[in-house]
Design a protein around this ligand. Structure first.
Ligand SMILES: [Zn+2]
Length: 162
């Protein structure tokens, strides 16, 4: 998705560098990353992986999560997304990583990754998740995993969560 029009005056946008744009009336647009949250749910040394039911990366796996809403705290976003996607209330979230991914062409993300071994409720897929599977955490390094979270396996391991 290339940005075509100014969000303030609807004039055509010109790209000034790889990430930034300006319209003929001087309104700038900075193509900053979109903030996301993911939660690594851990049980008996395994992690909960979500089979993506929608594009992008439909048919590959990731951790349940989603985009942070306008003005929403990342922890509140993580709790909301786990309710919406997995039907559970997560507790004792630990921040285990942050990274950046290319979501689709011209859109990058800034990802907060949490982990927990504590939640209430029965896990059931909803929203944009096709199915959940439990797999060893290192499945995140396989080609079937949608994104790239460098160092995340080591961070979770070092926190004694596995
Ligand atoms: Zn404009």
């Amino acid at each position: 998705m290339k940005l075509l029009y100014c969000t303030e005056c609807a004039a055509p946008l010109a790209q000034t560098n790889k990430t930034d744009y300006v319209c003929q009336n001087g309104h700038p647009y900075y193509n900053n990353p979109h903030a996301t949250v993911s939660v690594v749910i851990l049980k008996d040394g395994q992690a909960l992986f979500a089979l993506r039911g929608i594009e992008p990366q439909k048919g590959r796996y990731d951790f349940p999560g989603g985009f942070i809403n306008y003005g929403e705290h990342p922890i509140a976003a993580a709790i909301r997304e786990m309710r919406e996607e997995a039907g559970i209330t997560v507790k004792a979230l630990q921040l285990v990583g942050c990274t950046s991914n290319t979501y689709v062409e011209n859109t990058t993300t800034c990802d907060f990754v949490f982990a927990t071994k504590e939640w209430d409720g029965n896990i059931s897929p909803d929203d944009d998740v096709a199915a959940f599977v439990w797999k060893p955490l290192n499945f995140m390094n396989s080609p079937d995993f949608a994104w790239n979270y460098d160092g995340l396996y080591e961070a979770i391991s070092q926190k004694g969560l596995l």
